[in-house]
Design a protein around this ligand. Structure first.
Ligand code: SF4
Ligand code: SF4
Length: 111
């Protein structure tokens, strides 16, 4: 449920300028993982810079996510045609807090 909401947010972020992404795109408690059985090693994720934070590389013909660089923005999850990336929730409480902050911001804007 929460991850689905995050995917929608990530999709919206694709139209935001790169400098804004670098300043604000950080989803606490969420990291991308590679589903190795889906990854065919085409390396499009690296060649086409799916990750704006340099977290993706190719090792032994499979994509690998550097967990220290990944900000959980979710961009890679909807760019890979094999759907090989997934978002993993490591800190549900932190994500819930993040989504609540977004919800509050939207409520303020709509007042
Ligand atoms: S994660 Fe996707 S884009 Fe990257 S190498 Fe694997 S199949 Fe290709
Ligand atoms: S979710 Fe994907 S695109 Fe976003 S920072 Fe992590 S590896 Fe990069």
């Amino acid at each position: 449920m929460i991850l689905n909401e995050l995917k929608y947010i990530a999709k919206d972020l694709t139209s935001v300028p790169k400098d804004l992404i670098h300043r604000f795109a950080r989803v606490p408690g969420v990291r991308a993982m590679v589903r190795y059985e889906r990854c065919n090693g085409c390396s499009a994720c690296v060649r086409k810079s799916f990750c704006r934070f340099g977290a993706i590389s190719i090792e032994e013909r499979k994509a690998v996510v550097d967990q220290n660089r990944c900000r959980g923005c979710g961009r890679c999850t909807h760019l890979c045609i094999k759907n090989a990336f997934s978002l993993e929730l490591h800190q549900p409480a932190a994500v819930k807090k993040f989504l609540r902050a977004i919800d509050n911001s939207v409520s303020e804007i709509m007042r």
